[in-house]
Design a protein around this ligand. Structure first.
Ligand code: TYD
Length: 138
């Protein structure tokens, strides 16, 4: 997988004077079956999260509130995605190094995953990630 496979997906938005509504459906806006949902919140200023890659887990990330950046790296190229609208989702296939940073105050990152939590699925060392990429093992 490469940077080219990472996609911003625009979600439905029902603009309404009473308040807007957006939604996601698995195997529709989210191109996989959702096995897990988690969220990151109360991030202190200047902190970064998620410096790792997944071997199998695919992800879909929404900035439900506030803003943050997701930096995706395929071992050759890096790209920064600024998430700052609650009707945009970022799809990240497996096998890419990704980091989250620049969290605004009170930001809320909602993440959907394609597999259950499994620490063995994490690649946490960047050097190992590059080796796995070179050998085509991730
Ligand atoms: P981790 O994915 O390492 O966070 P980050 O990559 O943003 O630093 O998760 C932090 C902790 O939360 C870790 O100790 C394991 C736990 N955790 C779960 O138990 N289940 C989950 O689905 C996730 C995402 C994390």
């Amino acid at each position: 997988m490469s940077i080219e496979d990472v996609k911003i997906i625009e979600l439905p938005k029902f603009a309404d004077p009473r308040g807007n509504l957006s939604f996601v459906e698995q195997l529709n806006h989210i191109p996989f079956e959702i096995k897990r949902t988690y969220w990151i919140y109360d991030v202190p200023g200047g902190e970064a999260r998620g410096g790792h890659a997944f071997r199998k887990n695919e992800e879909f990330i929404v900035a439900l509130s506030g803003a943050f950046d997701v930096i995706v790296d395929d071992g050759k190229e890096k790209k920064r995605f600024a998430l700052n609208r609650s009707y945009y989702g970022l799809y990240i296939p497996a096998g890419l190094w990704r980091t989250m940073e620049n969290f605004s105050t009170n930001s809320l990152a909602l993440e959907f995953g394609s597999i259950h939590y499994d620490r063995a699925d994490y690649v946490e060392d960047y050097g190992q990630f590059l080796k796995l990429k070179n050998y085509g093992e991730i």
